[in-house]
Design a protein around this ligand. Structure first.
Ligand SMILES: Cc1cc2nc3c(=O)[nH]c(=O)nc-3n(C[C@H](O)[C@H](O)[C@H](O)COP(=O)(O)OP(=O)(O)OC[C@H]3O[C@@H](n4cnc5c(N)ncnc54)[C@H](O)[C@@H]3O)c2cc1C
Length: 291
């Protein structure tokens, strides 16, 4: 996996409450004008401190990012590029609010002029060329990616989206129709996906809570026979674990892969190995992306 670059410091230029539980923060700065276009669902690592505190940026080194000695490390949170306007030099991030968390505290207190660091952007998703249909699914944290994909995917293949939110207040008007499922009414993504047909030629993109993503992935791969190449399932967060805890799982996944002599090439590879460690055994073997 290519390492993402650390951008020179950026600052907050605007904020907006998109829904009761979704806060948009728009970042600005000249470094954004120099970026290459990004694929839909690309992400960044957002670096921020507690409201009002300065942000220390890391320096790229041979074995990853290092922080200046003695400096307090900022929070680092993966967030999707909801929109990148290279002409204006702005990058919009939509942050799901879920109680008193570091990202939520920062996003709701952010003001124009606040400093922020960005590592990236990187990643993004394009369906396999032979996909005849695309199915996107996720919870609130996946809405920015699904929104970007709905805007960017070509019109010739049908694109369906299923999104799980707490209730109807967090629904958004997106570029194409979405089936909204509400937890408050007992709905889940897995139940919604079980209800619908998934052909072998369907490309599925799923992101959200780790246990839910794992269950959906197993359902699609084992019970619906979907090929690995057509099932892109990524854990965006895990119940009961902070982002730092999840990062540690990825580190452990890389170490375990090295111990077994497996090369993890894509984000999907790292996630599969991390699912296996997280659950004490995953019935779909980790291997080359051929099957
Ligand atoms: C590639 C990628 C892209 C992502 N894009 C986005 C994005 O665009 N917008 C976005 O909001 N998130 C996105 N996420 C998810 C986000 O990084 C995590 O939800 C992150 O943990 C949020 O940090 P926090 O400071 O709010 O909570 P943390 O400090 O990391 O966690 C504190 C507690 O909150 C729980 N928690 C974390 N997230 C949620 C949640 N959404 N709902 C309920 N409980 C939660 C944790 O399990 C933990 O118990 C993305 C993740 C990845 C890997």
């Amino acid at each position: 996996m290519a390492r993402m670059a650390v951008l020179p410091p950026l600052e907050v230029v605007a904020t907006e409450r998109v829904t009761p539980r979704m806060q948009r923060v728009v970042l600005g700065g000249d470094p954004l004008r120099a970026l290459e276009p990004v694929a839909p669902a690309a992400h960044v690592r957002l670096l921020f401190a507690e409201p009002g505190a300065p942000v220390t940026l890391p320096v790229p080194g041979p074995s990853g990012l290092t922080w200046p000695a003695g400096a307090a490390r900022p929070y680092a949170r993966s967030m999707t590029v909801r929109a990148l306007d290279r002409g204006r030099g702005t990058l919009s991030i939509d942050i799901a609010l879920h109680g008193d968390s570091a990202a939520g505290r920062w996003a709701t207190a952010a003001h124009p002029g606040d400093p922020v660091g960005v590592v990236g952007p990187g990643g993004g998703w394009t369906p396999p060329e032979d996909a005849r249909e695309v199915l996107l699914a996720g919870d609130e944290t996946a809405v920015p990616a699904i929104a970007a994909l709905l805007e960017a995917l070509p019109c010739h293949a049908p694109v369906h989206a299923v999104v799980e939110t707490h209730d109807g207040a967090d629904e958004q008007e997106l570029a194409r129709p979405v089936r909204w499922v509400h937890r408050a009414a007992g709905g889940t993504l897995l139940a919604a996906l079980r209800d619908r047909p998934v052909a072998a030629s369907t490309a599925v993109w799923v992101a959200g809570e780790g246990h839910a993503v794992k269950a959906i992935r197993e359902h699609l791969r084992l019970h619906r026979g979907l090929a690995r190449t057509h099932c892109h399932a990524i854990r965006y967060w895990t119940r009961g674990r902070s982002h730092e805890d999840c990062d540690a799982t990825f580190g452990a996944a890389r170490a375990e892969a090295a111990r077994r002599g497996i090369t993890l090439v894509t984000t999907q590879d790292v996630h599969e190995m991390s699912y296996e460690l997280m659950t004490g055994g995953f019935p779909i073997p980790v291997g080359p992306p051929s099957a």
